[in-house]
Design a protein around this ligand. Structure first.
Ligand SMILES: Cc1ncc(C[n+]2csc(CCOP(=O)(O)OP(=O)(O)O)c2C)c(N)n1
Ligand SMILES: [Mg+2]
Length: 372
């Protein structure tokens, strides 16, 4: 009856290609074509400026609560290796990835302004809508992956979630299912160090999130999530593995949320400015820009031109959107799209809200008569 060591066929890598100043380790540089490198930078820049603009629109009361993505733009590197007919299953902090895949800026604004049209995904765009209930989307992703495998398709699914989501049962169920059925799913955990006010070290005792892959018999890797080349390289490897039928991968992308959790949050209450400053020095955009200019691909002039172009794109989208949000929001619409046949309890709630709105309309009319 020996007590012996079980050797696990496992090793965990951490991948980082760019250093803090944006110099690449040439032995690891994925050697992407210049055109793709510039497109990646543009995608990150667009996300950064659009996110800034959305924050202003929210503060002006023109859109509702949203989750800023500042600092997490290197996620475009993860979706870049996907084909259009692969699937993206996001949570709520993936605007950069969704837009990279073809979601329009207008529909992002419509969504956060409360219009149902913003949640509509046009046919041919294989993005699932934003998912706010933490972790639930991972199960949808493995379901899609299973379906595709069952049909003998060669497509893959990429799903995103945060460090906090790894404490949800959904994460473990999804990983287990993906491991058992070897579904072609790439799990991208954006470890941005915080789940609202809960720090990463209180989320799990595990040294890394990537090592959780071991428990489910799947591949795992940790990457520098503020290094778009490392994110791209790890994702590409995982996409190829999934496409070849060799199973799922968990990628822990180590990044940082530089902004508020959502526009309803004040992070000064729970984290120190020094920590934010430390991560500002690892800003994914600055590092990548330094890399590109070091390689002679992005002069000051070209970078400035790209900034103007991106700002003009955002302005045009905003103007188009502003023209589309003139019709008043109808709160009753929230009952319209979830079910083809709403269950009785929802019909009751809808009727109750309709009565309440009617009564309020009556009160407003009486008030205005009294004023007149
Ligand atoms: C099931 C569920 N529980 C709680 C919430 C409230 N909530 C929204 S975001 C969040 C934290 C998520 O943290 P993390 O997974 O790290 O993602 P991040 O916000 O950092 O991107 C919580 C608790 C929710 N939306 N859904
Ligand atoms: Mg988080």
């Amino acid at each position: 009856m020996p007590r012996t060591e079980i050797e696990l066929p496992y090793r965990l890598e951490f991948l980082s290609i760019l250093d803090q100043e944006g110099r690449a380790d040439t032995s690891l540089d994925p050697g992407l074509p210049d055109e793709l490198l510039l497109r990646l930078y543009r995608g990150m820049l667009l996300a950064r400026f659009f996110d800034d603009r959305m924050l202003i629109l929210q503060r002006q009361g023109r859109i509702g609560t949203f989750a800023p993505t500042k600092g997490q733009e290197a996620q475009v590197g993860a979706v870049a290796p996907l084909e259009p007919d692969d699937w993206l299953v996001p949570s709520f902090r993936e605007m950069p990835a969704e837009v990279w895949r073809g979601k329009s800026l207008q529909s992002v604004l419509l969504f956060y302004a409360g219009y149902n049209e913003g949640g509509f995904v046009p046919p041919g765009l294989n993005n699932l809508p934003v998912s706010v209930p933490v972790g639930t989307q991972m199960l949808h992703a493995v379901g899609i992956g299973y379906g595709m495998k069952y049909r003998g398709k060669k497509n893959v699914v990429m799903t995103f979630f945060g460090d906090g989501a790894t404490s949800e049962g959904d994460f473990h169920e999804a990983m287990n299912f993906a491991g058992v059925f070897r579904t072609p799913v790439i799990f991208i955990c954006q470890n941005n160090h915080w789940a609202i006010s809960l720090p990463r070290n209180k989320q799990t005792r595990s040294r890394t999130i990537a090592q959780k892959a071991l428990g489910y018999g799947i591949q795992g890797i940790q990457v520098d999530g503020n290094d778009v080349l490392a994110v791209y390289a790890a994702a590409k490897e995982a996409v190829e593995r999934a496409r070849a039928g060799d199973g799922p991968t968990l990628i822990e992308s180590v990044t940082y949320r530089l902004s508020v959790h959502t526009t309803a949050d004040d992070p000064k209450k729970y984290r120190k400015q020094e920590e934010v400053d430390e991560w500002l020095r690892r800003d994914p955009l600055v590092r990548f820009r330094n890399y590109l200019s070091g390689r002679g691909l992005l002069s000051e002039e070209k970078a400035g031109g790209m900034e103007d172009e991106v700002k003009a794109e955002i302005k045009a989208a905003e103007e188009d959107w502003a023209g589309r949000v003139e019709k008043p929001l109808d709160p009753l619409e929230m009952f319209t799209y979830a079910y083809a046949e709403p269950p009785p309890y929802l019909r009751m709630q809808r009727d109750e809200l309709a009565r309440e709105l009617e009564a309020r309309r009556g009160d407003t009319k009486k008030e205005s008569v009294a004023r007149d």
